[in-house]
Design a binder for this molecule. Structure first.
Ligand code: SF4
Length: 414
């Protein structure tokens, strides 16, 4: 059974919803009519330039940018009025010209296992109507992982993935990618001076959001610049300060961008492999028709900084009678020879309308045994948040891109 907290429709400041206390009120969301540019997602230099736009003298801009950076990413404020070491008139100028508001939360669902799934709404930005995306928080012993989306929908129609049935609406901006992290930390009380909601399932020590995986909706390497910008801000040591070792970018196999991701972002890499021969992978992960398994694995071998301490994770969804035989397991071991790798076996998470079934548990264990005996760690990922459709491959929002004709009609009426 899932718990749904409908906190944006009706009562955005609800303190108690469905019997679950919410200690932190939802921050005021950006209004749809607000066309002030955001300061979230800007580099330090861009922040300094923004200070110039409101008349801050050049010699003060870097200092002001550093102050803003601290308030935005260390203290997590979403209101200029709280930036107490900035003079009141400057705060008012900032507020008149820019915004740092959070997106709207359409819903927050909590699974029986403590997994949380949020549906966030962002402005259209060319899509014709506001867009919605999903973000998932998975608490475990010793860590809290946030599964972040990079696109609204996806162009890649991986046949086992629910998101793949939703056409691409648009790329998320760097602000929107970062906002998912900021919102999760807001809702979990993971900023200084914030309280964690009573009853929330979170790690017993350490940071509540300690790991980021770019495994939500979308193919992150098809939105390279925005993903890069957001992840470099997320890993900045003076801000959100997430270790690059704890940020994993998962790709379905956009081969030409893999080396760039290693060189320019420097995060951990995961590959959605799911098949050990091109014929089957062409069906399961159709991008394979463009970049074959051999090219993909060559790009993995060349991934910068690869070592036994920095391994590539290969994701392998277990589909009954499709890719789960002993021969498949042996071929997987053969293919990955020489690559420092970890293999994540993912029991298939069903969704309405999918034709696949999850492999039987004994089959998954036998497959894992073969991989383990070859020396690879091959954890079987415990399905999380299945009851709220938050598990791997289950994310999908209702956002659809309006037809050009309809967008023009809306624009004409605005
Ligand atoms: S698995 Fe990833 S790349 Fe494939 S359709 Fe789903 S979201 Fe897109």
């Amino acid at each position: 059974m899932a718990v749904t907290l409908d906190i944006a429709r009706g009562n955005a400041n609800a303190q108690t919803v469905s019997g679950i206390p919410v200690t932190a009120p939802a921050p005021a969301p950006a209004s749809a009519a607000d066309d002030r540019p955001t300061l979230i997602g800007l580099t330090r230099d861009e922040l300094a330039d923004a200070m110039g736009e409101i008349g801050v003298p050049e010699k003060q801009r870097r200092m002001r940018a550093a102050q803003l950076w601290h308030w935005l990413y260390v203290r997590g404020v979403s209101d200029f009025a709280l930036m107490t070491n900035i003079a009141k008139d400057l705060r008012q100028q900032l507020d008149a010209r820019f915004t740092i508001a959070r997106p709207e939360i359409v819903s927050e669902q909590i699974s029986v296992d403590g997994t949380r799934k949020w549906l966030f709404r962002f402005p259209p930005r060319g899509a014709g109507r506001p867009v919605e995306i999903e973000t998932v928080y998975i608490p475990e012993e010793g860590r809290g992982t946030l599964c972040v989306s990079s696109q609204v929908g996806c162009t890649l129609t991986c046949t086992f993935c629910h998101t793949g049935t939703q056409k691409l609406v648009r790329n998320l901006t760097a602000e929107e990618i970062l906002s998912q992290i900021l919102m999760a930390r807001d809702r979990l009380g993971d900023f200084p001076d914030a309280a964690t909601p009573q009853g929330a399932v979170v790690p017993s020590e350490g940071r509540l959001v300690s790991n980021i995986v770019m495994m939500g909706m979308g193919e992150p390497l098809y939105n390279f610049e925005n993903v890069k910008k957001a992840l470099l801000i997320a890993s900045d040591g003076d801000g959100l300060s997430l270790s690059k070792r704890r940020i994993t970018l998962s790709t379905s196999g956009v081969v030409p961008e893999i080396a760039r991701a290693g060189a320019e972002i420097g995060c951990m890499l995961a590959i959605s492999l799911h098949a050990v021969n091109d014929d089957l992978r062409d069906v399961l992960v159709p991008i394979n028709r463009k970049w074959r398994i051999r090219d993909l694995l060559d790009a993995c071998r060349a991934y910068p900084g690869l070592s036994n301490a920095k391994r590539i994770t290969f994701e392998y969804v277990m589909l009954k009678g499709v890719n789960d035989s002993d021969a498949d397991a042996r071929e997987l071991v053969r293919l990955l020879k020489g690559i420092p790798a970890k293999i994540n076996l993912i029991p298939f998470n069903p969704w309405p309308g999918s034709d696949y079934e999850c492999s039987d548990w004994e089959r998954i264990e036998q497959f894992a045994d073969i991989v383990n005996r070859a020396g690879y760690a091959s954890p079987i990922r415990t399905p999380r948040g299945r009851d709220i459709f938050a598990a791997c491959g289950q994310l999908k929002s209702a956002s659809e891109r309006m037809r050009k004709k309809d967008r023009e009609a809306v624009a004409a009426g605005a």
